[in-house]
Structure formats: C-alpha cells, structure tokens
Design a protein around this ligand. Structure first.
Ligand SMILES: [Zn+2]
Ligand SMILES: [Zn+2]
Ligand SMILES: [Zn+2]
Length: 159
C-alpha cells in the first residue's frame, strides 16, 4: 500500500474474488463474496438460469452496495500470486438498448433484481480511468524491476 488516493479494484486471496473500486467490498459473481452468495446460486446455475450472455456485462463487477458496475482496470500494484491492485475503470458512456437512450456516466441499478433484469439492456460505449497511470511505489513486484507485468492504460482520465 503506497497510500496514494484513488479507486482501486483488488484481487485478494490469490485472485479468489474482486473488490468494488468505490466501497472496497467483495463483489462480482464470486460464490463466496459476491452476488451469487446472496442468490444461493453457483456460477454455472447463474449462467444457465438467469443470465443472457450475449453481452459481457456480467463479467463486470456489480457491487451490491453501490449498485454500479466497475471494471478491473489497468495495473497499479503487482503483489504476486495474482494478489494485485488495479486502477478501477468506470463506464463513462452507455446506451439503453431497449429505449435507445444514451447516457453520460455509469448506470445505477435500484437493487440486485434490477441488475438481473436490466443489465443486458446496457450497452457500454466508453470507459474512463480516473487513476490513469497510477503505479504503486511500494509494490512487491515494482514496475522498475518487472515492467512487463504492468500495462499501459489507453483510456481518458475524465468522462
Ligand atoms: Zn461498492
Ligand atoms: Zn486504466
Ligand atoms: Zn499503491
């Protein structure tokens, strides 16, 4: 932890789950930490019963507390054993496929059911990276020694 402020998505416990870039709670589809835990569904059951996988929106991290979707993002800190910290990527532009309405910013769901019912209406047009180019000065695998572990972010840092 270098103490730099920003929005980070972590992959703790060897990448067992992901955290929300805003509130830090465990999110995504992980059975032990994410929405599937509350729904009492395995990942396989979820895909078979609930989800239309024609879009990849379910791969994004849906946070039950913030009710938003975030994306893993570019690398901030490589910790080894896939215990990493990423600069969270946020949606900056999307279209509601049902209504054709275009929005600036990110979709906000009413609750888990709203996410399940409507996540596939969301077509994402653009992401942005508020922490763009934030690289950890205290990483166990620092960029100075392991540059190939770190990726360049090609997003804008503002909406
Ligand atoms: Zn959250
Ligand atoms: Zn980025
Ligand atoms: Zn750091």
């Amino acid at each position: 932890m270098c103490g730099v402020d920003g929005f980070f998505t972590q992959t703790p416990d060897g990448g067992d789950y992901r955290t929300c870039g805003v509130c830090g709670s465990g999110c995504g589809l992980d059975y032990h930490y994410g929405i599937l835990y509350d729904m009492k569904l395995s990942r396989k059951e979820f895909y078979e019963q609930v989800c239309d996988t024609s879009d990849n929106n379910y791969d994004l991290d849906y946070c039950q507390h913030c009710r938003i979707l975030t994306f893993l993002g570019c690398t901030h800190e490589v910790g080894g054993c896939t215990d990493n910290r990423y600069n969270t990527h946020f949606i900056s532009e999307w279209i509601n496929k049902k209504t054709g309405e275009k929005f600036i910013g990110m979709p906000l769901f009413d609750d888990n059911q709203d996410w399940i019912d409507h996540v596939n209406d969301v077509q994402i047009l653009k992401y942005y990276c508020p922490n763009k180019n934030s690289v950890c000065t205290k990483a166990p695998y620092p960029i100075t020694k392991y540059p190939k572990y770190y990726d360049e972010c090609d997003l804008s840092n503002t909406i």
